[in-house]
Design a protein around this ligand. Structure first.
Ligand code: AGP
Length: 569
């Protein structure tokens, strides 16, 4: 989704902002822009990649920058941010979606509106308010008229400040020495500081080069916000020797596993035992982790729960004070999950959040937070954070053998095993449709493998419980089909072998992931406890997607139409 970076200090803003935008490039975007304030506000923006869009340097020590992922209005230079008021006295970069656009357009009909964006209307609204008010009052009045979500950074000609506001979209203040930053995520300024303030909804205010001022837009009163230190390091946002973050992050799992295993799950474990009802939610990969938790809680502890995709939650569930809602979200900012959690909180449910980002929106409204300890994940496709989620689901459901899990992970990462997976990716690269099949605990892994493949290779793929094939999907199977089966030597083994025969009998190709030496199979680690097979399957599935994408010549870190953190519903 869109990204924001802003800088005020003693240094030239343009190179800092451009570099900051590159750090948040992974969020996905279609255009980029920077505005710098000196005597005048100067702007440089265009469609395309940061390097192409921002060729011309601008001088000045105060600036705002943006990567845009089109929502209101198509992909064009006019719609790229920064957007301006009538006289180029106000420049704004904005994430989120303003909902009362028609009403605002009507109110501002005498203004010179040049783009199709909702963002531009905010600049004109503030322009209108500035006719009678000082900047902070003007911004507050404008905020009270906005409906929808926003995180914005704003320049006003003649003011040595960067103004900001936040509601339902993340915005973080970075505190440096004699310099201050704003970012839609910490990666935007991590190179310069680890000291941050996570802004709350309705916060607005400004940063100058040596201080921040934060107020609440509803009450107009000063808001007190604590600065925290984030644990991520600048190396997390560097590719190092790797061509792609995705491979770097897959390989990192070998050493990150120790921190993941050390994650503190005690409070949430206790809560799970105490509540009458448990609802587990997540989106995408996080939903697969949610399913895994449901399976394991029931199997290992006899605790029943409901699992649901976040965006569907409020249509079906009626949580109350006896409900514990457990939300998985690596980013802690996914709008669908956040909305579901807020809905549950309003109905007095308690909230457990499993996230990689301390201080994220979900973390802040959680009653029981568990941290993934995976290090910042940059690749759009979740990899190491899913392993961490898997670790947490096991920790919450049973006593786990950390050493055994480490052994399994490191087995999958051995060079010879990676090379085998790479070889198999050539069999997938020219396919149009792929099926991922597995039973029991292997099914959420089949779902995850399938999602990884479709996200970064654009090959159509579907995951089914292997037993479900004969109830419909098998009609799609012919000589051109490819089915990838998870067939570990666990309780599902025999039945899955029969399903493989059904598929092969129809002329389809199969690739098997197994610890048994089967025909056309990728060898996976053999765990001491069959319950650990998902750990053995995970990395081969991730690598299969990665190498297939590379075989097709694709950039695995920036898949088309996708964003790392999906902050719109
Ligand atoms: C995973 O590879 C995807 N990029 C996506 O499905 C992701 O898992 C989903 O958007 C949820 O994100 P979250 O974990 O940050 O909430």
């Amino acid at each position: 989704m869109c990204g924001i970076c802003a800088y005020i200090g003693e240094k030239e803003a343009f190179p800092i902002l451009k570099e900051g935008l590159k750090r948040i490039e992974y969020r996905g975007y279609d255009s980029a822009g920077i505005a710098v304030l000196e005597k005048e506000i100067k702007v440089n923006k265009d469609v395309g990649k940061i390097e192409e869009a921002l060729k011309e340097e601008l001088e000045g020590k105060i600036g705002i920058a943006h990567t845009r992922w089109a929502t209101h209005g198509g992909v064009s230079k006019e719609n790229a941010h920064p957007q301006f008021d009538c006289f180029n006295n106000i420049a704004i970069v904005h994430n989120g979606v303003i909902e009362n656009v028609e009403e605002l357009r009507e109110k501002l009909r005498n203004h010179k509106i040049r783009s199709e964006t909702d963002t531009e209307l905010i600049a004109h609204l503030i322009e209108e308010e500035l006719k009678t008010k000082l900047p902070m009052e003007a911004i507050r009045s404008a905020l009270l008229e906005l409906k929808g979500s926003y995180a914005f950074a704003l320049l006003i000609k003649g003011e040595d400040k960067i103004y900001f506001a936040k509601k339902d979209s993340p915005l973080i203040v970075g505190i440096g020495k004699g310099e201050m930053f704003l970012g839609s995520d910490v990666a935007a300024f991590l190179k310069h500081t680890n000291d941050v303030i996570y802004l709350e909804d309705y916060d607005f205010g400004y940063i100058s080069k040596d201080r921040e001022a934060i107020f609440n837009a509803l009450s107009g009163k000063k808001a007190s916000r604590r600065a925290v230190k984030v644990s991520f390091s600048p190396e997390d946002v560097e590719k190092g020797e790797y061509e792609y973050f995705m491979l770097k992050e897959i390989e990192e799992q070998g050493y990150r596993i120790t921190d993941m295993l050390n994650s503190n799950t005690k409070d949430l474990e206790r809560a799970i035992e105490e509540f009458d009802r448990i609802h587990i939610i997540g989106a995408g990969t996080s939903y697969h982790a949610a399913r895994m938790l449901k399976y394991l809680l029931e199997r290992e502890k006899g605790i029943e729960s409901d699992v649901m995709i976040s965006s569907e939650y409020k249509f079906f569930k009626r949580p109350d004070k006896n409900t514990l809602v457990i939300a998985f979200s690596q980013s802690g900012e996914t709008a669908d999950t956040l909305k579901a959690v807020k809905f549950a909180k309003e109905r007095n449910a308690k909230i457990g959040v499993i996230t990689n980002i301390r201080g994220s929106s979900l973390d802040r409204i959680s009653d029981y937070s568990v941290y993934l300890n995976a290090g910042l994940e940059v690749g759009v496709a979740a990899t190491k954070t899913f392993l961490a989620q898997l670790v947490i689901t096991y920790k919450l459901s049973k006593r786990i053998d950390g050493e055994e899990i480490k052994r399994i992970i490191n087995y999958s990462l051995r060079e010879e095993n990676k090379q085998v997976v790479k070889k198999f990716s050539k069999e997938i690269a020219n396919k149009e449709h792929v099926f991922y099949l597995g039973r029991g605990l292997n099914f959420p892994l089949a779902m995850e493998g399938s999602l990884k493949l479709k996200e970064i290779t654009y090959i159509h793929s579907e995951a089914y419980p292997a037993g479900e094939l004969k109830h419909g999907p098998i009609s799609l199977i012919d000589e051109d089909s490819l089915a990838i089966f998870l067939v570990p030597k666990d309780e599902t083994y025999e039945k899955t072998l029969s399903n493989i025969q059904e598929v092969r009998a129809r002329g389809a190709k199969t690739i098997l992931l197994s610890d048994v030496a089967l025909d056309n199979s990728i060898n996976i680690a053999k765990p001491k406890d069959p319950l650990y097979y998902p750990f053995a399957e995970l990395i081969p599935l991730q690598l299969l997607a990665y190498y297939t994408a590379r075989e097709r010549g694709l950039d695995t870190d920036k898949p088309r139409n996708l964003a790392k953190s999906v902050t719109v519903e």
